[in-house]
Design a protein around this ligand. Structure first.
Ligand code: ZN
Length: 389
């Protein structure tokens, strides 16, 4: 089994402990064996050393809301989610490389067409393709008249039950429901799935010990999801104060995805009418996200398919009022909990997977340092490095 010691100027292990100066991590195979101050970690004789010099070591990042084949830089990108399976598979392959290079060693996939995510997950796990570790929702489940570019329509409890069971059979790690749209239309936010349909989906998933998450920007659908036992809410762009309180009391997770509203680069590739709806909502969403961050809700963060952009999403969180530490946790420890993988990823601790990123500056001093990735180690393998070995 390959063994090596990784050294950095600073180690942020992600556990909440203070930063460790001159930190070292001992890695054996794909696991972390020891981590801490140089004087406390005694490596075996003649072990290989990878010295990252002035770099700051942090846990591998987790994109908590991803779509493998989505590319918001393409003109009218929602339409491109109807491209052939072959085209989408090629895009997904390229995207996984981009994500990994940006320090994303795990991605939670919230829906792709035709079970592409399952194929990618297996290809990465077997070593056939290079990419982040994936956990997958397979097909998004939506109502016929509802929103969801990566969703498939199902109506009524029986169809919903069948959809959940088919997703599970195909290899879904969790179930994704589309409850609302993404932009606000009118005062009341419409919920497309009925209370009964949501309940059936949750019951079926829970019988298989699988979690359910809901694309929901607020409104009556949020209450129905919480009552039915949904574990997490995606986006939450327009949560009212009352809904923030409900989410807080229920102790459920919210996965924030700032860029669809805040990145003009992303908005301008949309058809004019949709782009304008995002622009119109920008100010309100900023105000609501700040309220969410201040409100004490447990949150993680994701790119919603903006590959290589996780550092930018985390930067938005800081601009909206999160501390650097909190924002970093949203893409490490907290995201690991949302994925149900907190036992194996999210922190740099003995026994965990050796997913480690080296940065050219301290993200706690300036969150933009997350964009300066110098080293990526995924499952104990050095993939990218700008340093001397
Ligand atoms: Zn999404």
């Amino acid at each position: 089994m390959e063994r090596f010691v990784l050294k950095g100027k600073l180690l942020l292990d992600g556990t909440g402990r203070p930063p460790i100066e001159n930190g070292v991590v001992l890695i054996e195979g794909n696991r972390i064996v020891a981590a801490g101050e140089e004087k406390n970690v005694i490596p075996p004789a003649n072990v290989k050393v990878i010295d990252c010099g002035a770099q700051v070591l942090i846990p591998g990042l987790i994109d908590c809301h991803n779509h493998l084949a989505m590319d918001p830089t393409l003109e009218n990108w929602p339409a491109r989610l109807n491209d052939s399976d072959a085209e989408q598979a090629l895009r997904a392959t390229v995207h996984m490389g981009i994500d990994l290079k940006a320090g994303v060693t795990t991605a939670r996939c919230l829906g792709d067409k035709n079970f592409l995510d399952v194929a990618c997950k297996r290809a990465v796990a077997s070593g056939q393709l290079v990419g982040p570790r994936l956990i997958v929702a397979t097909r998004g489940i939506r109502a016929t008249h509802g929103h969801g570019f990566v969703g498939y329509p199902f109506d009524g409890p029986d169809q919903i039950r069948r959809a959940v069971r088919e997703n599970l059979k195909a290899g879904a790690d969790f179930i994704k429901l589309f409850i609302t749209g993404t932009v606000r239309q009118g005062r009341e936010i419409q919920s497309y799935l009925s209370r009964e349909e949501i309940s059936v989906a949750v019951q079926e998933a829970h019988r298989a010990n699988v979690c359910v998450t809901a694309h929901c920007i607020g409104g009556i659908g949020l209450e129905e999801c919480l009552a039915a036992g949904v574990e997490a809410i995606e986006h939450g762009y327009f949560l009212s104060d009352r809904e923030i309180d409900l989410l807080l009391k229920a102790g459920r997770w919210l996965v924030l995805t700032p860029s669809p509203y805040f990145s003009e680069e992303r908005v301008r590739t949309l058809p004019l009418e949709i782009a304008d709806a995002f622009r119109r909502g920008r100010e309100e969403v900023a105000e609501r996200m700040s309220a969410i961050i201040k409100g004490g809700i447990k949150f993680a963060v994701g790119t919603d398919g903006r590959h290589g952009g996780l550092a930018q999403e985390i930067e938005y969180l800081v601009r909206l009022g999160a501390s650097e530490k909190e924002a970093l946790r949203a893409a490490t420890h907290h995201a690991a909990v949302v994925c149900g993988l907190e036992g194996i990823i999210g922190t740099i601790e003995p026994g965990k997977m050796a997913d480690i990123v080296g940065l050219m500056g301290n993200p706690l001093d300036d969150i933009r340092n997350l964009k300066k990735v110098g080293t990526v180690i995924s499952r104990g393998k050095l993939l990218y490095s700008g340093v001397n070995e």
